[in-house]
Ligand binder design. Structure first.
Ligand code: NI
Length: 226
């Protein structure tokens, strides 16, 4: 399931983030890739402990915690600190599946990458190429969103970023361990949640709202792990 979150960052917030990202010292993205991924990865990343990564990352996490659409789609248990990348001059990231498990820095915890998210910090007209292509059950999904928008997609999916042949593409990406491991089950819960929101908006006080809400929570209880 792919879900677009529009306007996670406002235009002003994007501008502020861009000022920080453009002034940062970037390193070769292969430093953080496994040996398989390193063969197809040609981009730049902020070092994980970079103060700007920490500062912007905290802002992203704060936003996500107040974004009902993200919570409904990802059902987050925990989120890895956001990372940042930069593509230019033909930079690309070939087909790969992300690592399944990451250690959470500064803790003894590990995180399973059920859900991937990319948050765009460049507008589509600033660069050519640089599409995120996610292979899902309905075929290739091509994603190139306005700055400030994010896409949520299954961590299990094969995906790539096409070469950036003009301009610079800045983005943040991060992984979430979900309360519900299965993408299929998350989709059912998301669809039910959306239907309940719609019913509540169209027919406030409708007697079935409580019944469907009860079913939602009973499914979540059945399928979640904490
Ligand atoms: Ni990836």
């Amino acid at each position: 399931m792919l879900v677009t979150i529009s306007g996670l960052f406002s235009a002003d917030e994007v501008r502020e983030a861009r000022t920080l990202l453009e002034a940062a010292e970037w390193q070769d993205g292969r430093a953080t890739a496994g040996h398989i991924a390193a063969r197809v990865k040609a981009n730049q990343q902020l070092p994980l402990d970079h103060p700007i990564a920490k500062r912007l990352g905290d802002r992203i996490l704060d936003k996500l915690s107040r974004t009902p659409l993200f919570i409904a789609a990802a059902l987050p248990l925990r989120i890895l600190p956001p990372r940042f990348n930069r593509y230019e001059g033909g930079g690309t990231y070939g087909n790969h599946v992300d690592n399944a498990i990451f250690s959470i820095p500064g803790t003894a915890l590990r995180l399973r990458t059920d859900v991937s998210t990319t948050l765009f910090f460049s507008d589509p007209d600033e660069y050519d190429g640089g599409e995120l292509i996610v292979e899902d059950s309905y075929g290739d999904q091509r994603v190139k969103l306005p700055a400030g928008d994010a896409i949520v997609y299954p961590g299990s999916s094969l995906h790539r970023v096409t070469p950036v042949t003009r301009g610079v593409r800045y983005a943040s990406f991060f992984w979430t361990q979900s309360l519900v491991r299965s993408d299929e089950k998350r989709r059912i819960l998301f669809d039910l949640d959306c239907a309940i929101q719609q019913l509540t908006a169209d027919h406030p006080g409708h007697g079935s709202i409580d019944d469907f809400t009860g079913t939602y929570h009973n499914l979540l209880r059945l399928w979640s792990e904490t």
